[in-house]
Design a protein around this ligand. Structure first.
Ligand code: ATP
Ligand code: MG
Length: 256
């Protein structure tokens, strides 16, 4: 078997005495969409933060393209091809769409950035239409597209998306999941963290279920979508559309 793009072994993340992630192991092969689904507080964002190097590991280790990530700072992880789109999108609201995109490629030569910009506008024609508009005036869906577009400007090998469907209307959610599929087909590997289990399982190749800091189930996404335990806890009984999220107590969407 070829070396996985990313491999995490028994990763743990703590905030003081609060143990957010306990012994999580996962593998991201090249060219695949891997999803981590789970309810509020399961530890999904903490896991992503630790893989990006924003949060320190309290235990375990991770490798990227076979090389250890231990103590590698965030900027070097970006340069190696890791990129995170956080839940809060974190755009520069007074800057234009084009300026936000250009910032995503700050560490790359201008000529390369130019071809990435063309690729991003090709993928998200709406960003091209709105390239001069201030990011703060975009709709929720457009902001998510801009956040993803800015991440792609760094030419990531692994794009980690934290709840890209959060707070978006069903039609836009479908569009975003469709785009994630297209990105995978263009060669970008994706780690997709979602509370929208239905949409995530439809989009991903392989899935992990996280509960209170641990992986409780894993398997091909299509198999998990048929698993009675997943159906009961995460998919509900209706055959509704992809906007369905978890039936757990919700602390609410933070922002669009
Ligand atoms: N900065 C922090 N300080 C203390 N505890 C934190 C901090 N951030 C997260 N936690 C705790 O860690 C646990 C996991 O949180 P995390 O945000 O990783 O979950 P999540 O699965 O991403 O949830 P959600 O779906 O609501 O985004 C929770 O119990 C949370 O309260
Ligand atoms: Mg989260």
């Amino acid at each position: 078997m070829s070396t996985p793009l990313l491999s995490a072994q028994t990763v743990a993340v703590s905030y003081g005495k609060i143990e957010a992630v306990l012994d999580v192991s996962l593998v991201i092969p090249k060219g695949r969409i891997i999803t981590v689904i789970g309810a509020n507080g399961a530890g999904k964002s903490s896991l992503l933060g630790s893989l990006m190097g924003i949060l320190p590991l309290a235990g375990g280790s991770a490798t990227f393209e076979g090389e250890p990530l231990d103590r590698v700072p965030v900027e070097q992880r970006v340069a190696r091809g890791l990129c995170l789109v956080p839940e809060k999108r974190e755009l520069f609201v007074t800057m234009s769409v084009a300026e936000n995109l250009e910032l995503g490629a700050y560490h790359r030569p201008r000529s390369e950035a130019k071809s990435s910009l063309e690729m991003v506008y090709d993928l998200f024609p709406r960003l091209l239409e709105r390239r001069k508009q201030a990011a703060g005036t975009l709709s929720g869906g457009e902001r998510q597209m801009l956040a993803m577009g800015r991440a792609l400007m760094a030419k990531p090998k692994l794009l980690m998306l934290d709840e890209p469907s959060l707070g978006l209307a069903p039609r836009i959610v479908k569009e975003i999941f469709g785009l994630i599929g297209r990105l995978r087909d263009s060669g970008v590997s994706i780690l997709l963290v979602e509370q929208n289990a239905r949409g995530a399982l439809r989009t991903a190749d392989y899935a992990y279920v996280m509960e209170t800091g641990q992986v409780t189930l894993q398997g091909p996404a299509a198999d998990l979508a048929q698993d009675p335990r997943v159906i009961e806890s995460y998919l509900g009984i209706s055959g509704g559309d992809s906007s369905c999220s978890l039936p757990s107590s919700s602390v609410g969407a933070t922002n669009p």
